[in-house]
Design a protein around this ligand. Sequence first.
Ligand SMILES: [Zn+2]
Length: 444
Amino acid sequence: MSNNFSSLRINPARLRADFDALAQFGATGDGGIHRPSLSDAHLSARAWFRDQVEKTGLEFRVDGAGNHSAFLNCAAQPVIASEAKQSPTSNVEIASSRKPLLAMTPTLLLGSHLDSVPNGGRFDGALGVLCALEVLRVVKENQVALAMNLEAIDFTDEEGTLVGLLGSAAIAGHLRAEHLQNPRGGRDAWEQGIARAGLIEKEFLNAARPRESLGGYLEVHIEQGKRLVNARKPIGIVTDIVGIASYRLTFIGRADHAGSTTMEDRRDAAQGASAFTLATREIVMRDFPQCVANVGKMEFTPGAFNIVPARVIVLFELRAPTADEFARLDAALIERARIEAHRFGLELQIEFLGRHAPTPMSEHAQIAIRAACESLGLAYIALVSGAGHDAQNLAAVCPVGMIFVPSVEGASHSARELTEWEDCVNGANVLLHAALRIAGQPNF
Ligand SMILES: [Zn+2]
């Protein structure tokens, strides 16, 4: 990267004004926001984003999956404000309508999501989209010529009110018709959401982008944990996004009179299910310090004071950062479930519900983020993301990197969510400098 760019910084006052304006959409009055995907509040936030993009003279785009973008053609030549292209009047601009000369120029995506979980926080996702927009504005104002174009993107339905990590799956070409037939939020909510947004279901399946058009993806996000605060470091460089496996286990015993059946004679499903639940903590803490396991639900049948439980359904998931730990932890926990079932004379049924493999972030992207931190004099640590993000979909098709900023008290998905403003500004500047490093190289 040329030294000419080393003094570039984002505009903190402009970023702050954006942040405060955006936090009004779906505001719950307690510092939080309620902006489920494709709800009225979410669509209002998206309309506001479009306004900001167009006011800046950036090109606004919407793809078939409803992903909203600001696009800056900065690869061919510096863009001068007065010559900025008019925003398209149509809602959808497709790659084929671009000049042939630029057709193969890769684009570096920067972004996150404007949707929230129900009653979520105002930083999760919103910060990453606004940092991305701010980076494009700085590059445009300074007429920086790069080897790649830049795009600030707001992915559709990251949080999974409807489907989950939806816009990025569509771009990466992972989305299948069956994902939309049986969405996790229910078919009715899905149909109502896309109708409100004016989107068409089959277009989601046509939104995959050619690999050669994707130069990479970078995202600023709040950590949603306490590691940065505890380490007193302003920046986290994500090395991996955890893999997640989820199961439904059914421990099957026998219903008996709870008063007249001796303890020896019982085949008590609650004992096996509870012993397994306690063992998950013991196994993870002893042998898998980087991993977590969670029993989120137990259902007892028949479910009465005076009947020995005949059946207990346990919903549980495990998360691990590497493929090796993922496989070993999975095997260890399932084996322990079998052992506990046997110990209490129970049958065990194992149903596998779903799996996302652990996703390593690109080594090149991590190097660029580290170099950006060093040039800005910001301390950093490497860490694993315990939450899913759009980057895990895009990792299959382009180099991806994530920049974490500290979450006060580790709070997230709550109105208590807070990141100190100085940390937000630091994250935006790291995104700017990492993007300049990556987009400045033609063959990153
Ligand atoms: Zn998020």
